[in-house]
Design a protein around this ligand. Structure first.
Ligand code: NAP
Ligand code: ZN
Length: 361
């Protein structure tokens, strides 16, 4: 066991602050990682503010982790100290159910999230990547083939990248398809880059007029400001696939009306409150589908990382210190980030928790 510095919250209505946490000594199958950078996902905010049910405190968020291996257990094959690696949203699963055997650990009933998931380690739930080190079973560790200089911008691929890549692949996005990406935040900006790289005609949907030009630079062929009904109507019945990454409840009808026959609207945004139920006639008249998708499995995450490394694809990021996280959350809520905050975990070394506050208080 070892103590490391971390940044997290003691309650859902409290700001994040420095804390000390323990990490287990690496077991035979474990990889210990010195975390270099950790992306800031909107899910971190939902969880740490207890917007989703069941948050355990203290909560240390962070599931877009990149760094270097600093120790490996005796049974670890394929990773050695010094290797550049990543960890995404999953740190364990049952390993033998049909989902795990298919490499779809994300759909295992016993999938353990990188934070807030059950673990025998103290304090009884997992603590995430806003910390100096993490110890993870080798099955859930990813190899990073991007150059070291890009490492900070690779971090968001571990959640935002795979969460958009997986549905784009599942719905066979490629040349000749018209694809919409709704919400140009952390997930959405990766969705645009990836759908463009897969050869689709990509249309970005944003509520922010200020992102119109920027979305084209990400690879969008067209940009629609979704508050503008006229712009929306011009695309009626024309999309094969729309990926909705929005983090807040909103009407799905305006998006469904843009799908052509047999088109699919896939939701990856996970707002704390439900979307209003869509109008059924919007579905039946063109045999349209509404679906959902959760991150991606470990083999597909490696496939996505390699796809991005081969094409030089990384996230557009704003690098912050750990003690800037509370401000970053407020800016994320205002859609004021292009497009992902990433914590420089080296900044944790200088941060000490408030004296006298016991671990887990
Ligand atoms: P984000 O960076 O905050 O981006 C969300 C974007 O949604 C914003 O940038 C904004 O884009 C748009 N938006 C925000 N509020 C809106 C509103 N009221 N109406 C319409 N559009 C709005 O968040 P993120 O990290 O990409 O995460 C997005 C969601 O996906 C979160 O709910 C997160 O928990 C969830 N998530 C799900 C999975 C999964 O496996 N399914 C994985 C990771 C994250 P514009 O400014 O362009 O409008
Ligand atoms: Zn995430």
């Amino acid at each position: 066991m070892q103590e490391v510095n971390a940044y997290g919250a003691y309650m859902g209505d409290k700001l994040l602050e420095p804390m000390r946490i323990t990490r287990r000594a690496p077991g035979a199958h474990d990889v210990q990682i010195d975390i270099a950078f950790c992306g800031v996902c909107h899910s971190d905010l939902h969880q740490v503010r207890a917007e989703w049910a069941g948050t355990h405190f203290p909560c240390v968020p962070g599931h877009e982790i990149v760094g270097r291996v600093s120790a490996a257990g005796a049974q670890v094959s394929g990773f050695k100290p010094g290797d550049l690696v990543g960890v995404g949203c999953i740190v364990d699963s049952c390993k033998h159910c049909p989902e795990c055997e298919a490499g779809l650990e994300n759909y295992c009933d016993h999938m353990v999230g990188t934070y807030n998931g059950p673990t025998p380690d103290a304090p009884g739930w997992t603590l995430g990547g806003y910390s100096q080190k993490i110890v993870v079973h080798q099955r859930y560790v990813l190899r990073i083939r991007h150059p070291q200089e890009q490492l900070a911008a690779v971090a968001p691929l571990l959640c935002a990248g795979i969460t958009t890549y997986s549905p784009l692949r599942h719905w066979h996005v490629g040349p000749g398809m018209k694809v919409g990406v709704v919400g140009i935040g952390g997930l959405g900006h990766m969705g645009i880059k990836l759908a463009h790289a897969m050869g689709a005609h990509v249309v970005a949907f944003t509520t922010s007029e200020s992102k119109r030009a920027a979305a084209r630079a990400l690879g969008a062929d067209d940009v629609v400001v979704s508050r503008n009904a006229g712009e929306m109507a011009a695309h009626a019945n024309s999309f094969d696939f729309i990926l909705d990454t929005v983090a807040a409840p909103h009407s799905l009808d305006a998006l469904l009306a843009l799908l052509k026959r047999d088109g699919a609207l896939t939701l990856v945004g996970a707002p704390a409150a439900p979307h209003p139920s869509p109008e059924v006639f919007n579905l039946i008249f063109k045999r349209r589908t509404i679906a959902g998708s959760l991150i991606g499995g470990i083999p597909e995450t490696q496939e996505m990382l390699d796809f991005c490394a081969e094409r030089g694809i990384v996230a557009d990021i704003e690098l912050i210190r750990a003690d800037q996280i509370n401000t970053a959350y407020e800016r994320m809520l205002k859609s004021d980030v292009k497009y992902r905050f990433v914590i420089d975990n080296a900044s944790l070394a200088a941060l000490a928790p408030v004296a006298g506050k016991p671990h887990g208080a």
